[in-house]
Design a protein around this ligand. Structure first.
Ligand code: BES
Ligand code: MN
Ligand code: MN
Length: 459
């Protein structure tokens, strides 16, 4: 065992305590009232990067939430890794479904429960603890060059980091990126994620009457924007689950036969998935595709909420003047957010009911990505994972989106290793989010071994 892994094992308890302190900062990027908390999390991380021995540590203020940058570039002739993570989290609601408070990290059954435990504070922090262990075990040196870039607005689209890597790509020159923000396919099964869906997140605003109206006095004569949205939404998909936007599927690329046959060999039990993860009576979606294909390799469309009108307790007889639907679509290679949005917007507009004005807005978007597996960094990661977990590493895709990974490929022209340690039942974005504590520690060890192996690759 390497001295760095030894150091990580000896300091495991302290590593977890530190993570708890980070998690206690409610850095919810989408809620303006938490702006100071997002800043505080950035400052906390900058201090920690300094403490472990990183250099040029900087909290980079932006028109949005800050970025945190650090580097250590003294491993001459060795490759450079760009470590990415996000320190912002999703809102914790609905609060009454949490068994322990979302920002009071609580250990139960070998798990750490809290908002951000796995997405992504716990996973991002593994990178820092792997680096600390390597510094400590090798008299202040790393086996490769490292840049760390952390963002505070991944959960709201990642606009600032996207701009930063377009404008400052010279400052980020690296050979590969490392992202720990995905899942293992099953407990104990070492997994590398090689593809993510892209997305477009939109709002449709429907306006009818000039102002809210008494539904008794005007009902029957005045248009209702909720009804209009319901009619529009009902025409976005057929009852089997196929998206009806003209041209939407034209560019969709089928996964290779090799990939499909590898997926068919993964330990996946549809009923178990339906009962324990989804918790519904039936699964829905496009006929003719497996669940893994539907969630990894096919586009989807979902409605997230319909703000407007009266949502208080009790009853109010009102015809609201306006209503909004939040609708997103997940995209797969080779769809582009621009084209998908145009197709969607013109289709929605063509469905406008009488007496209603619709406005279709793009909130944020990100490209889909599939990374090649034939590069030495993925290979080193495959071997490192196998070494720590004692099983063959599997390659999967993820149904979620991490917009910046596409930008790493397109703008920095580097491959990304997505080495994630979440589990399928970690409740990301949901009440009772958790991180398996064993995965936190084995993850740190996996990253240490990966850095050691990557350092042996010619830079
Ligand atoms: N870590 C997730 C994405 C993810 C989860 C990828 C599981 C693969 C497996 C990330 O924090 C996330 O939630 N991203 C958002 C993207 C966004 C632009 C708001 C998402 O996927 O909804
Ligand atoms: Mn994440
Ligand atoms: Mn997330």
């Amino acid at each position: 065992m390497s001295a760095a892994v030894e150091y990580a094992r000896q300091n495991a308890g302290r590593f977890l305590d530190e993570l708890k302190a980070l998690i206690r900062i409610p850095s919810i990027s989408t809620l303006p009232e938490h702006k100071q908390d997002v800043n505080a999390a950035a400052e906390w991380l900058a201090a920690e990067l300094n403490r472990i021995g990183m250099e040029n540590v900087e909290v980079i203020h932006t028109p949005g939430h800050p970025l945190v940058y650090a580097d250590w570039l003294h491993a001459e002739g060795k490759p450079t890794c760009l470590c990415y993570g996000h320190y912002d989290v999703q809102p914790p609601d609905p609060l009454d479904e949490w068994k322990s408070p979302p920002f009071e990290p609580t250990e139960r059954d070998g798990n750490l429960y809290a908002r951000g435990a796995v997405d992504d504070k716990g996973q991002m922090y593994m990178h820092l603890k792997a680096l600390e262990s390597l510094f400590k075990a090798n008299s202040g040196k790393l086996p490769l060059n490292v840049r760390v870039l952390l963002e505070g607005e991944e959960e709201v689209g990642g606009e600032q980091i996207a701009r930063f890597i377009r404008e400052e790509s010279d400052r980020l020159k690296s050979d590969f990126a490392l992202v720990s923000d995905t899942e293992m396919f099953a407990p104990g099964l070492p997994t590398l994620c090689v593809g993510l869906r892209g997305m477009i997140y939109t709002e449709i605003e429907a306006r009818g009457a000039r102002t809210d109206l008494h539904s008794g006095m005007y009902g029957g004569a005045a248009p209702n924007p909720f009804f209009a949205l319901a009619q529009v939404i009902a025409q976005l998909k057929d009852t089997a689950g196929r998206i009806l936007i003209p041209g939407f599927y034209d560019k969709v690329e089928k996964p290779s036969d090799d990939e499909l046959s590898a997926w068919a060999k993964l330990p996946f039990d549809e009923n178990h998935y339906r009962e324990t993860e989804v918790g519904s009576t039936r699964l829905t979606g496009e006929p003719g595709y497996s669940v893994l294909e539907r969630t990894w390799a096919r586009p989807t469309l979902d409605v997230h909420g319909m703000p407007g009108g009266f949502i208080g307790a009790g009853a109010k007889t009102v015809i609201p003047a306006k209503a909004v639907a939040k609708v997103s679509m997940r995209l797969v290679p080779h769809m582009t957010p621009q084209e998908a949005f145009e197709q969607y917007k013109s289709y929605v507009e063509s469905l406008t009911p009488d007496g209603i004005q619709l406005e279709v807005r793009l909130i944020h978007s990100g490209d889909p990505i599939v990374v090649g597996t034939d590069n030495p960094y993925i290979q080193a990661a495959t071997v490192a994972m196998k070494e720590i977990w004692n099983k063959e590493t599997v390659f999967v895709r993820g149904g979620g989106s991490i917009p910046i990974v596409g930008d790493f490929e397109r703008h920095l022209k580097i491959p990304t290793v997505m080495m994630g340690f979440g589990l399928p039942d970690d409740n990301l974005h949901a009440p009772n989010e958790k991180f398996h504590i064993g995965n936190f520690h084995r993850g740190i060890e996996s990253i240490i071994v990966f850095f050691e192996k990557a350092g042996a690759i010619a830079g």
